[in-house]
Design a protein around this ligand. Structure first.
Ligand code: ZN
Ligand code: ZN
Length: 169
């Protein structure tokens, strides 16, 4: 995702630009990735004296397992991207990203945008019931009797029993 500005991007003209970025699964720092397409950017560049405004849309597809019930999930990410790359000599503190001389490199900005947009949890549906912690059945598909069993590892379980005892008296 590197563009040489000199020949390709004249000042003051919206220049269409599209490119793909191959990210490694490690970049996503999450388990169970089964498929990952390259990240696509489709948009335009607008160069000024002070830098380059990059606007467009990012999309890619990630297949993984639901964080809650481990069924396969395919997530089609699609979101807008808008970032200004400051030219050298401008106050670099002012911008998150800067041009490298006459070269615009979108790699780190697009990678950052992808990771920022990635949800902390990927689930098969909003109200996924997950797996039963006792028998491991998928609670979206089947129900089990485990839910009615008290959780003996819970430190309040003993208190609860004691309380029930005293209530009986
Ligand atoms: Zn699920
Ligand atoms: Zn169960």
């Amino acid at each position: 995702m590197r563009i040489s500005l000199n020949q390709n991007v004249p000042i003051g003209v919206h220049v269409p630009y599209q490119s793909e970025l191959v990210l490694s699964e490690q970049t996503f720092a999450r388990p169970n990735i089964t498929e990952l397409t390259p990240v696509s950017f489709v948009g335009s560049l607008l160069r000024s004296e002070g830098g380059v405004m990059v606007e467009g849309e990012i999309s890619y597809t990630l297949s993984t397992l639901c964080d809650c019930c481990l069924t396969p999930v395919t997530r089609q990410a699609k979101f807008s991207f808008s970032e200004f790359f400051g030219a050298e000599g401008t106050d670099e503190q002012e911008f998150d990203y800067a041009l490298d001389g006459q070269v615009l490199d979108l790699t780190s900005a697009v990678t950052d945008a992808v990771l920022y947009e990635l949800p902390g949890r990927i689930v098969c549906k909003e109200d996924c019931k997950g797996l039963c912690p006792v028998c491991g059945c998928n609670r979206n598909i089947s129900s089990c009797e485990c839910e009615s069993l008290p959780d003996e590892s819970n430190p309040f379980y003993a208190l609860l029993l004691a309380q029930q005892d005293s209530e009986k008296k």
